[in-house]
Design a protein around this ligand. Structure first.
Ligand code: AVJ
Length: 313
């Protein structure tokens, strides 16, 4: 076991053994989980990905104009680099850096993009956004960060704020952040998006236990757990849990835990914002201005936060 694996095991165990057990949503994305998420994005009920794509393509010229000359484009949580690559035509960055928690998809994706855009310098970097960002080698360069998909929704507002502060600092008065976030909307729309009729979100949620079994050599049994997703109005987020169907003992080398029938393991928070709240977080973090774009139903928001005093919307 590498030290990295040891740290992962520690993190997972402390979540599983806590009074209110939890597993970090980053453990959703093993090979199967990443594919299940891709299927979620194809569901009628799951509006975010499709809506974000429509806003990005409808306003691509305005977005490119707001960003201006793009030197280094840093893609946070790049995955298959599809969304980052879609910006190349309009932004034409000098350099593209794809960051993600796993390098697995990155290198292949970059190889494909490099063929289409040989003039752009492209690199992949393994990175967990729970850690703070710093790019000393890019100190004098104008940096445009790209964080699409409402991945920011997995952070609570205070942690989101800290990430924004970190990004504003790294930008050092130049460039900015282009970010997609899910908006607060009628409950039934939210509910359907996380309780889809095909049960893909349920499979996505339960698959986290298969991944944990692999990492911990634990013995979670999927038939003993139900998917449970609910909007927490107080916090403003969708919360996903796995609910024990019956009393059960789960064991792993060196430990075990009894889960009582009905007990919950928290697997994800997905925060939703109003435009006003989201923009105010960015401004408080140090960005000078924001410009936002949304769809006609106001389901999703794209914001560019920058250091240009002019770009007020
Ligand atoms: C990738 C975090 C944006 O919160 O909607 C989809 C993940 N979870 N269905 C989201 C997810 C359940 C997704 N994010």
């Amino acid at each position: 076991m590498s030290s990295m694996d040891g740290a992962r095991v520690e993190e997972i165990l402390s979540g599983l053994l806590a009074q209110n057990p939890s597993i970090s949503p980053k453990y959703f994305y093993d090979g199967l989980g990443s594919r299940l998420f891709e299927i979620i994005t194809l569901l009628d009920e799951y509006y975010p990905t499709r809506t974000e794509g429509a806003i990005m393509s409808q306003y691509s010229a305005e977005i490119a104009k707001a960003i201006g000359k793009c030197d280094v484009l840093l893609d946070l949580g790049a995955g298959n680099c599809q969304k980052g690559g879609a910006l190349f035509e309009s932004l034409m960055p000098v350099e593209y850096r794809a960051l993600d928690i796993s390098k697995e998809f990155l290198e292949e994706a970059i190889a494909g993009l490099q063929e289409k855009f040989p003039q752009i310098l492209m690199t992949a970097q393994e990175f967990d956004l729970q850690n703070s960002l710093s790019f000393p080698e890019l100190a004098t360069r104008k940096k445009t960060f790209f964080y699409p998909g409402s991945s920011i929704g997995n952070f609570d507002p205070e942690s989101a704020s800290n990430l924004f502060r970190n990004l504003a600092e790294v930008c050092d008065g130049m460039g900015g952040l282009l970010i997609g976030v899910d908006l607060i909307k009628p409950l039934d729309v939210l509910d359907k998006a996380y309780n889809d009729s095909l049960g893909i979100t349920a499979a996505f949620n339960k698959n986290i236990l298969l991944n944990i079994n692999r990492i911990l050599a634990s013995n979670f049994r999927l038939e003993c757990w139900d998917h449970y997703a609910i909007f927490n109005e107080e916090l403003g987020c969708i919360q996903m849990y796995l609910r024990a169907i019956e009393d059960q003992m789960v064991t792993w080398p060196g430990g075990r835990r009894l889960f009582k029938s009905g007990e919950l393991i928290h697997t994800e928070n997905s925060y939703k914002y109003t435009q006003e709240h989201f923009e105010s977080l960015l401004i408080s973090a140090g960005f000078k201005s924001t410009q936002s774009w949304t769809d006609s139903r106001q389901h999703f928001l794209i914001t560019y936060a920058s250091f240009d005093e002019g770009a007020v919307n």
